[in-house]
Structures are given as structure tokens and as C-alpha cells.
Design a protein around this ligand. Structure first.
Ligand SMILES: C[S@@+](CC[C@H](N)C(=O)[O-])C[C@H]1O[C@@H](n2cnc3c(N)ncnc32)[C@H](O)[C@@H]1O
Length: 301
């Protein structure tokens, strides 16, 4: 009862303050334990190369906006003499991510603590040559995705680019029973590092339990599937250990990312941007559902 009331008041406070920001506590966990995540949650080596490709075309007068504190992206710009602004709703995360990006010179970065959905009130129109951000769209709730993209398009100069990895829900996964999906993932990933196996399984289960109507993930169903597999289907101690780690890593986190199918996401993006390039990395399983897109703003936005 007490926790239901707390959740209720937290929700009301969020609405009254009109904040769209994801729960700071959840993300500060990621800030401390970034090394325990792999792709798809972190950009892979090839994803970083794709980001780097565009960054290299910028000159010293370029103004760049980085959404979020992703160290792999911030690292790219510490060797590039461009004007960088990093925007994150959490200063704790911004600072804690520095552990994973030691070469960043904080003097060269300007940090702004803000909600991305308020950036049109902070920066003038057409302020930036480029915007970079990893998996940012899925951190924005379904109802706000149009607003988010229109703000980003407005912040870009006429020939500016928005470079971001996006996530399409893998619809093929809906046809599979969860215990078969988990077993298949173990088999497909058997040569990989345990962390990669953990992240593959949990990201597939998140897709499997996406509630398209409510635009969220049925987190309880993900947990139930994992517990059920540990109890009835695990084939060896390694499978049990990996799944117990997944539970420890994600239980208690209320991260409830919004995702859509490829058709849905492409339709929203097309309203504001032209997709100039879509790059699919080949260095992690399921990368086909996480392309890096280079977007150019539509002329009429
Ligand atoms: C850039 S995203 C990285 C995505 C992550 N790799 C994933 O798996 O979804 C995470 C960061 O964005 C920040 N963030 C999320 N929503 C935000 C918002 N609406 N405004 C500002 N920062 C936000 C969080 O504080 C966090 O540091």
C-alpha cells in the first residue's frame, strides 16, 4: 500500500513539474556500472566507427550537440576540435560516465543539465551543425516522440545532421515461446562473453514483452519468464548464473523504454527527417534491429 502511494505521488509530481525525464536513480546505476553492459545497450565498436565517420567531416567551427552522457560518443569529440554541448537530465550520470571516457577534457565540453524536450527554450533555432545521441528516441515516451524529433530538427542548421542509433522491436520474437527464445539465445550466443549473453537475452525479452498499445514494456512478464526458465528449463549451472545476474541487474529498475516496430519508427522519423544513411553493424547479434541512422532535416520543418 505504502509503495503504491509512493509511486502515485512520484507520478503526480512528475506530471505537475511537467518533466519528461527518465528516473535519475535508474540511470545513475548505468553510470556506475557501464562496464557491465554490452551491445545493444552500449554502442559497439562498429557503431562507434560509424559515429566517428560523420564526426570527422566536421570542422573547427562546427557546433555539436550530444544528447546523453554516453562515453563512447563523448570520446569521439575530445580529439575533434569542435564546439561541444552535452545535455543530460542528470549531472550525476554525466560525471560518473567519465570513468569510462578518461580522455575527455571537461574544459572542452559544455554541460547543460536539462530535459531534451525543453531544448528549444534553451537554444536558438538552427544552433547546431550536428546532433549525436545513442538510442535516445527510445528514452522518450511514445506521446512525446513527435515533439522530440521536431525540436531536434528545429535545432539543426539547414544542412545539419542528427546521427543516432535507433531500436526497432524485433517482431519475429513474438512468434516464439519465451522459454524457447531464452534457450535459442543461449545456443546462438554460446561463444560470447557472459555479459553479452545476459544483454542479448534481456533485450530480446524486452522486445518480446513490448506493449505497443501502452508504449511500454511489461517488466513483470520479463522477470516471470526468467524465473520460470531458471526453475524449470535451465540446462546447466552457467545458464542459471547468467539468468540470476540478469535478474540482479534489472530487478528494481523501472526503466520502461518505449519502442516501436520498424514501420512505426520510420514513419515518425520521416515526418521530420530524410534518412541519408542507415548503417547496420555486424559485431553483435541482433544489430539489424539497432541501425545507426544519419538524418537530415526535412526542408519544410
Ligand atoms: C543517451 S541515453 C543512452 C541510451 C542507452 N544506451 C539505452 O540503452 O537506452 C541515456 C542517458 O540519457 C539521459 N536521458 C534520458 N532521457 C532524457 C531526457 N528526456 N532529457 C535529458 N536526458 C535524458 C539519461 O539521464 C542517461 O544519462
Amino acid at each position: 500500500m505504502r509503495s503504491a502511494l509512493l509511486t502515485f505521488f512520484k507520478e503526480i509530481t512528475k506530471r505537475v513539474l511537467k518533466t519528461h525525464i527518465s528516473d535519475d536513480a535508474d540511470w545513475s546505476g548505468a553510470g556506475k556500472h557501464w562496464h557491465n553492459y554490452s551491445s545493444p545497450f552500449r554502442p559497439s565498436k562498429t557503431d562507434v566507427k560509424t559515429y566517428l565517420g560523420l564526426a570527422e567531416s566536421l570542422n573547427e567551427f562546427s557546433k555539436v550537440l550530444i544528447l546523453g552522457s554516453t562515453p563512447e560518443i563523448r570520446n569521439i569529440f575530445c580529439t575533434n576540435e569542435v564546439n561541444v554541448v552535452v545535455v543530460d537530465s542528470s549531472e550525476t550520470i554525466y560525471r560518473s560516465m567519465l570513468r569510462f571516457a578518461k580522455q575527455i577534457d571537461l574544459q572542452g565540453e559544455r554541460f547543460v543539465q536539462a530535459d531534451w524536450l525543453n531544448l528549444n527554450e534553451i537554444f536558438a533555432k538552427e544552433s547546431f551543425d550536428c546532433i549525436f545521441g545513442d538510442l535516445v528516441l527510445r528514452n522518450i515516451s511514445g506521446v512525446d516522440q513527435h515533439l522530440f524529433l521536431s525540436i531536434m530538427a528545429g535545432l539543426l542548421k539547414r544542412n545539419g545532421h542528427f546521427v543516432t542509433r535507433i531500436h526497432y522491436v524485433n517482431e519475429n520474437i513474438f512468434k516464439l515461446k519465451s522459454n524457447y527464445l531464452i534457450q535459442l539465445s543461449f545456443d546462438e550466443a554460446k561463444c560470447l562473453h557472459p555479459l553479452q549473453i545476459e544483454d542479448l537475452i534481456v533485450s530480446r525479452l524486452f522486445d518480446r514483452h513490448t506493449d505497443f498499445a501502452k508504449k511500454n514494456i511489461k517488466r513483470y512478464a520479463v522477470e516471470t519468464d526468467i524465473k520460470e526458465y531458471i526453475k524449470n528449463n535451465a540446462r546447466n549451472i552457467q545458464e542459471k548464473t547468467i539468468l540470476s545476474n540478469v535478474l540482479a541487474k534489472w530487478t528494481g529498475s523501472s526503466r520502461n523504454w518505449t519502442q516501436g516496430t520498424q514501420v512505426e519508427i520510420d514513419r515518425i522519423i520521416d515526418k521530420y527527417f530524410i534518412v541519408q544513411l542507415k548503417t547496420i553493424s555486424t559485431d553483435y547479434l541482433d544489430s539489424a534491429y539497432y541501425p545507426v541512422v544519419t538524418l537530415r532535416r526535412q526542408a519544410n520543418v
